[in-house]
Design a protein around this ligand. Structure first.
Ligand code: KIV
Length: 294
């Protein structure tokens, strides 16, 4: 749908997408201009992902990301996300300690970050957490498969559900998230056939990332799809670079530096005059300086 004729995306609209087999498009964003552009492009939902730890803060994993950092990003994104549904990603340790902590932290996403919903990672072990959030009227998106906050437990970022036993466990977790009342779930780093069977057998939208083309929707990290890392950086197999913004930005900055050094910038076009003929202004101003200095 053209971005300009849209209305605000809601959970009802996302569910309708599933029924009518309309593919749902999500992207991550971490600041106001990114949100403005994503919204203008007409994405259905924006995820303020804890991937900001890596894309924006330079951490090696998502594990050091704090609630305060997430709220800061979410608030900025909310100012630019007019029609897109806004999902705040609960960072590591924000929903692992106690029910009270979890509700308070998720509540901050809604009240301060102006998010419409939160996302948490994990299946069966998050059962009580999800129930508590829903009891507090907070919509929850699940996240199964390769859950980056479990990196240390998984022994690295590995595709999940590759054996029959692990695929069954994933499938059961997906059924549970649906039963608990999650409005949607991310399936990350999962074989296509497993993601397909989950998507076909549950009635809430599945959003894939590295899960093939048969989920109900897709999400990618903004910096990955824009190609904001140098070409030497090896992306995950599922990342498609739609642009080469690292190279474009580097070229622009090198040109800028070069022009500064050569005094080619700023030219008169980028400078202010005193409103008169430049020579008259200069004569008058020189006289004025003499007066000041005498
Ligand atoms: O943090 C994030 O960006 C995510 C997506 C990759 C799903 O969780």
């Amino acid at each position: 749908m053209p971005a300009d004729s849209r209305t605000k995306t809601t959970i009802i609209k996302l569910r309708k997408h599933k029924r009518t087999k309309e593919t749902t498009c999500l992207v991550t964003a971490y600041d106001y201009p990114q949100a403005l552009i994503a919204d203008k492009a007409g994405v259905d939902a924006i995820l303020v992902g804890d991937s900001c730890g890596m894309t924006t803060h330079g951490y090696k994993t998502t594990l050091p990301v704090t609630m305060d950092e997430m709220i800061n990003h979410c608030e900025a994104v909310s100012r630019g996300a007019k029609d897109a549904f806004l999902i705040g990603d609960m960072p590591y340790m924000s929903y692992h300690v106690s029910k009270e902590d979890t509700i308070k932290n998720a509540g901050r996403f809604i009240q301060e970050g102006k998010a419409d919903a939160v996302k948490i990672e994990g299946g069966k072990k998050r059962e009580e957490t999800i129930q508590a959030l829903l009891e507090a009227e907070i919509p929850v998106m699940g996240h199964l498969g390769l859950t980056p906050q479990s990196k240390n437990l998984m022994g690295g970022y590995k595709v999940q559900g590759k054996t029959l036993d692990l695929a069954r466990q994933l499938f059961e977790d997906a059924l549970l998230l649906q039963e608990l009342g999650c409005f949607s779930m991310v399936l990350e780093g999962v074989p296509t056939v497993v993601a397909q069977s989950i998507s076909e057998n549950i009635n809430i939208p599945t959003i894939g990332i590295g899960a093939g083309n048969l989920t109900d929707g897709q999400v990618l990290v903004l910096h990955d799809l824009l190609g904001m890392k140098s070409k030497e950086y090896i992306d995950a197999k599922f990342v498609k670079r739609y642009d080469q913004q690292y190279e474009a930005t580097l070229k622009a900055l090198k040109t800028y530096k070069d022009e500064i050094e050569k005094r080619d910038f700023p030219t008169d076009d980028y400078s202010y005059d005193m409103g008169n003929d430049i020579n008259d202004s200069l004569k008058e101003w020189k006289k004025e300086i003499k007066k000041i200095l005498s």
